[in-house]
Design a binder for this molecule. Structure first.
Ligand code: SAM
Length: 219
C-alpha cells in the first residue's frame, strides 16, 4: 500500500494551538475529549496526528489505558507533546514516535485508535489508504474515536461552513503542504472498512463532529 505524502506541521507547530483556539475557541478540544471516557481500562491506544499533545493528559485523566503510542509526523509537535506530558503525572506507558501510519510495525495491535483532525488533510484515496492501514492495526471489537470537520446538510449552515473550510484548506495547503482540498467522504470510507457509528456528538454549531465507530465482530 503506497504511503500518503506527509504534510509538514513543523513550521506552524509553535503557534498551531493558539491559532486553532482563536478560530474555534475550546470546541476542537472539547470535541476530541468528549468520548475519551469510553477508552477501556488496560487498553492499548494509538493516537495518530495528536499535534502538540493536548489530548494526552486528557486521555490519562479520563481513562486508564495500559499503553499509548503517540504517532505524529512532526518532530516539533512530538517535542511539545513530550514536554506537556512531562508536566502531568502518569502511570501509563506512553511511547512517542515521529512518523506516520506507515511506521507502524506489522505486529503492533491496538484496542483503540484516535484520529483527531488528521484524516481531513488528505485526498479521498490517501485517506482511504491510511484508514486501511489503521484498521489492520486494530484488534477485534476495537473502538475508533474520530473527530473532524463536518459539513451540515442545512444550506444555511453551509453558507458559513464552506468558506471557512475552503480558507483552512488554502491556508494549510500553503503553510503545511497538505494535499487534501476538501473533506474526504468519511461515512463512505468507514462503511467500506466495515465500521459503524456507535455514537456521535456535534460542536461549533455542527461544524465539528466527534464519532465512536466500531466494526461488528465476525459471526
Ligand atoms: C491539523 S493538525 C491537528 C493536531 C491535533 N490533532 C489537534 O487537533 O490539535 C494535524 C496533525 O497531524 C499530523 N500528521 C499529518 N499527517 C500525519 C500522518 N500521516 N501520521 C501522523 N501524523 C500526521 C501533523 O503533523 C499535525 O500535527
Amino acid at each position: 500500500m503506497p504511503s500518503s505524502p506527509t504534510p509538514d506541521f513543523n513550521l506552524i507547530a509553535p503557534v498551531y494551538d493558539a491559532l486553532a483556539q482563536a478560530v474555534y475557541g475550546q470546541a476542537q478540544l472539547k470535541a476530541q475529549a468528549h468520548f475519551l471516557p469510553l477508552v477501556p481500562a488496560q487498553s492499548r491506544v494509538l493516537i495518530l496526528g495528536g499535534g502538540s499533545g493536548w489530548i494526552l493528559p486528557q486521555l490519562l485523566q479520563k481513562s486508564a489505558p495500559a499503553q499509548v503510542l503517540y504517532l505524529e509526523a512532526s518532530a516539533k509537535m512530538v517535542h511539545l507533546a513530550k514536554r506537556r506530558l512531562g508536566q502531568s503525572p502518569s502511570n501509563t506507558n506512553v511511547e512517542f514516535r515521529v512518523g506516520t501510519e506507515a511506521d507502524l510495525l506489522p505486529q503492533e495491535k491496538f484496542h483503540v485508535v484516535i484520529t483527531p483532525f488528521v484524516l481531513d488533510l488528505f485526498s479521498q484515496d490517501q485517506a482511504q489508504n491510511m484508514m486501511q492501514r489503521l484498521s489492520q492495526a486494530l484488534l477485534p471489537s476495537s473502538l475508533w474515536l474520530h473527530t473532524d470537520f463536518y459539513l451540515s446538510a442545512s444550506p444555511t449552515q453551509r453558507l458559513w461552513q464552506k468558506p471557512l473550510l475552503w480558507s483552512m484548506y488554502k491556508f494549510f495547503g500553503l503553510v503545511s503542504g497538505i494535499s487534501g482540498k476538501s473533506l474526504p467522504p468519511f461515512e463512505l470510507l468507514f462503511t467500506s472498512l466495515g465500521f459503524q457509528t456507535k455514537q456521535e456528538a456535534f460542536f461549533f454549531r455542527g461544524f465539528i463532529r466527534a464519532q465512536v465507530l466500531q466494526r461488528p465482530d465476525p459471526a
